[in-house]
Design a protein around this ligand. Structure first.
Ligand code: NAD
Length: 421
């Protein structure tokens, strides 16, 4: 049978695996296999040439038993309802594992933001909120930025929602610029959270970070900050890449020079002081301790899972390891920590932004990082403890399944307490 690559089917398969391990109630399982609400809108938008163009947009609320929906909005030409559904399921498990008071949701618009000017993007952002205004809100569903959406877009969306309501509603959306009460520390929160997880995992594996070699696939928002922070922790980052390919040097790469190469030429491959490698070669490097996929989904599959040489895989990207590859890595005793643990720093700080907006009281960057550390370190410990508990009972499960068991049981317990089954 060919390997399953449909994101929503993968999300369901991961849930089914956890459900079997934890003997999840049949009725709870049936509720959790599907989103609670799927909304599709067709949005007319005035373009620069004066013509009106219709865009299709989505917002999926996967589950709200533990709190309002939470999840980003993507602007992407290949956006699809199946991807949005999968991402909304993963948001549900991510918020539950972090034990923050949200359910899960996700949104998207099929569009090519790179071909649109700022006015068109603003028109589309405002029209999306007018079309979906009744389905979002600080107590209903709280969007955030995602692929190709920015803090500026969040500010327009918050403004449009506030106009619809007739008063300021800063807490309707997170990832806003600090000028309109975005949180300090939000810009690098995903990578920062990933680094706290790396610190804890290294302790467990007795890996000295200062003597470790790291490879990072992707040099975007998540990957570049992870590079900078890993280097600050003393790790040697020996390889990185982008959509054009990668670079490698056993002596370590220089962050500032890489940034300069990327800014000047649009790619890290023009960096001088390393050899060019492909994205596939980066994943299979044999002298690295830590591998951080921070670009795309389905990067580690049955084709290359047995060639991964790192001891620790930190999934900073969403869905970089397929379920079949997950099994192979687990059998090979590679510690592969799942996306919804490793990259939860972004949504945790989004939660802080929402909490600050609702209190009207704002925290320093240091306070934000400290609270992020506490929450994500607890998620890591909960995951490893659950894995050990099952191992003692004779069931060997991967960290991903252990994290699923925690997340799913919290949502199922909330649904039970509310009388949904
Ligand atoms: P981004 O667009 O800023 O960066 C993506 C990077 O991947 C770029 O360097 C791009 O060149 C590279 N890339 C694209 N195609 C590639 C290919 N074929 N091979 C190798 N590299 C390729 O996006 P981002 O915000 O950094 O997100 C990256 C991943 O992290 C995504 O899976 C995203 O869902 C996940 N994530 C990001 C955040 C966040 O806060 N940014 C939060 C949670 C999860």
């Amino acid at each position: 049978m060919p390997e399953e690559l449909d994101p929503f089917k993968i999300a369901q398969e991961q849930l089914d695996t956890a459900a079997a391990v934890m003997n999840l109630d049949r009725q709870a399982h049936a509720i959790l296999r599907q989103p609670m609400q799927t909304v599709t809108v067709n949005i007319p938008v005035k373009m620069r040439n004066g013509a009106t163009k219709t865009f299709t947009g989505f917002r999926v609320l996967y589950n709200n038993a533990r709190g309002p929906g939470k999840g980003g909005i993507r602007f992407h030409p290949q956006e699809s309802i199946e991807t949005v559904k999968a991402l909304s399921a993963w948001m549900t498990w991510k918020c539950s594992l972090a034990n923050i008071p949200y359910g899960g949701a996700k949104g998207g618009v099929i569009c090519d933001p790179k071909s649109m000017n700022p006015q068109e993007l603003e028109n589309l952002s405002r029209a999306y909120i007018r079309a979906l205004g009744q389905f979002i809100g600080p107590d209903v569903d709280v969007p955030a930025p995602d692929v190709y959406t920015t803090p500026q877009i969040m500010a327009w969306m918050m403004d449009e929602y506030s106009k619809l309501k007739g008063h300021n509603e800063f807490g309707v959306i997170t990832g806003k610029p600090v000028e309109v009460w975005g949180s300090e520390g939000r810009f690098d929160s995903t990578a920062m959270g990933g680094m706290y997880v790396m610190r804890e995992a290294a302790k467990m594996l007795k890996l000295n970070i200062k003597k470790s070699k790291v490879a990072i696939q992707g040099f975007g928002n998540a990957g570049a900050f992870a590079f900078e922070l890993a280097a600050k922790l003393g790790a040697k980052v020996v390889a990185t890449s982008d959509s054009h390919g990668g670079v490698y040097s056993s002596k370590g790469l220089d962050f500032e020079k890489l940034k300069e190469a990327k800014e000047k030429t649009g790619s890290v491959v023009t960096y001088k002081g390393g050899e060019k490698i492909t994205n596939e070669e980066l994943l299979e490097l044999d002298d690295i301790d830590v591998l951080i996929p921070a670009a795309l989904e389905n990067q580690i599959t049955t084709t290359n899972a047995d060639k991964i040489r790192a001891k620790l895989v930190l999934e900073l990207a969403n869905g970089p390891v397929t379920p079949e590859a997950d099994k192979i890595l687990f059998e090979r005793k590679v510690l592969d920590l799942p996306d919804f643990l490793v990259n939860s720093g972004g949504v945790i700080v989004s939660y802080f932004e929402w909490a600050q907006n609702r209190q009207g009281y704002y925290w320093t960057q240091e306070e934000v990082y400290k609270r992020l550390d506490t929450i994500i370190t607890k998620s890591f410990t909960d995951t490893i403890d659950a894995q050990k508990k099952y191992a003692q009972a004779g069931k060997k499960i991967s960290p991903r399944t252990a994290a699923y068991v925690i997340a799913v049981s919290r949502v199922a317990n909330a649904m039970k307490a509310r009388g949904w089954y």
